[in-house]
Design a protein around this ligand. Structure first.
Ligand code: ASP
Length: 335
């Protein structure tokens, strides 16, 4: 039966009445569940708000500037991430990112807006601002993800410039690694560095983005969690948002960011939700968590935040009420 006929028949048989009233009561209970953003929150300085993984005060400052001038959360997270992508000294995202084991810098990024639309790029080469290409995928194509050569060609078509992303410093680090390595990717605990950013603007709308060069010296073709919507990032404007950093394989296996948001939907605070998502990873049978790091940050619609990691050496930068600070995270593995 065609959908239109089904609806017509349903309303004739009374099913429509049942469905209709169920929908109405669902809409009502939804209305109650969503805490409206009040002018008050803006007055008090609770909003706007931006948080990011790691110590990236320049990036949050840029996002804050956008939010303060009345810009959208979407513009804020894009422009904030772009600061770190352009920072050659940060060897984990954008230009200067550490390459794969064959010496190629390959970037992953994604972005998600208040409508739940998203765009992502995977294994992108020769373009610094992967997050902006992801936004173009969201806004200019009927797709969600573009990968490899297709993503790169799309970026050129959109006016992005070709650049060599392998800086002298990153090339040297790669050459040194080749000498001493067993040709294995580095899965370290101390220094994971996806830049993930979440913001709420003055209208109370949430967006998020993340960008990374992935694991240093990864196998050619390897893709992590960061461009995978639901794993590296998830935004639900009715509830909140979450973003991940660390060993992407472990985040993907638990669909981490979606999990954090769903836990918030069920009533957990952002902090409780991040802790529960980490516990799902470390409590898996035979989890090797002592040897890898994962960290989450999250916000909810009220402007509450949370952050948690497996090990220490994880921090969140938070810009709220005119205050830009980097805060060390609580973590699971105290032994
Ligand atoms: N999550 C990233 C990945 O697995 C890397 C990182 O955050 O260090 O690609």
């Amino acid at each position: 039966m065609k959908r239109r006929n089904f609806i017509k028949n349903a309303s004739l048989t009374g099913v429509g009445i049942a469905v209709g009233s169920a929908l109405a009561s669902c809409a009502e209970s939804k209305k109650e569940a969503i805490t409206p953003i009040s002018e008050d929150a803006v007055q008090k300085g609770t909003l706007p708000l931006v948080i990011a993984t790691w110590d990236v005060k320049n990036a949050t400052a840029k996002a804050w500037e956008v939010l303060q001038s009345g810009g959208t959360a979407l513009d804020a997270v894009e422009q904030g991430c772009m600061i770190e992508e352009a920072n050659e000294k940060g060897q984990s995202v954008g230009k200067g990112g550490l390459p794969d084991r064959d010496g190629k810098v390959t970037l992953d990024a994604c972005i998600m807006n208040k409508e739940g639309n998203c765009g992502s790029v995977v294994y992108l080469q020769n373009i610094t601002h992967a997050v902006s290409v992801a936004r173009k995928v969201m806004e200019e194509t009927p797709h969600v993800m573009l990968a490899g050569k297709g993503a790169e060609q799309f970026a050129y078509d959109q006016g992005f410039q070709k650049e060599n992303l392998l800086t002298e410093a990153s090339k040297k680090a790669w050459e040194d690694w080749q000498v001493k390595s067993e040709y294995k990717p580095i899965i370290n605990i101390e220094n994971h560095d996806t830049i993930g950013m979440l913001a709420i603007d003055k209208n109370g709308d949430i967006s998020g983005a993340c960008t990374t060069s992935g694991l240093a010296y990864k196998m050619a073709g390897r893709v992590g969690d960061s461009p995978i919507i639901g794993s590296g990032l998830f935004v639900d404007n009715e509830v909140g948002a979450a973003v991940a950093t660390g060993l992407g394989e472990e985040v993907v296996k638990t669909v981490g960011s979606f999990l954090v948001v769903e836990l918030m939907r069920q009533g957990k605070t952002p902090q409780e939700a991040c802790e529960e998502a980490i516990s799902r990873i470390v409590s898996k049978p035979n989890s090797d968590y002592k040897n890898f790091q994962v960290g989450y940050i999250a916000i909810n619609k009220k402007g509450e935040t949370g952050y948690f990691a497996i090990h220490q050496y994880f921090s969140m930068t938070k810009y709220q009420a005119g205050n830009n600070e980097n805060i060390q995270s609580e973590y699971f593995n105290k032994s």
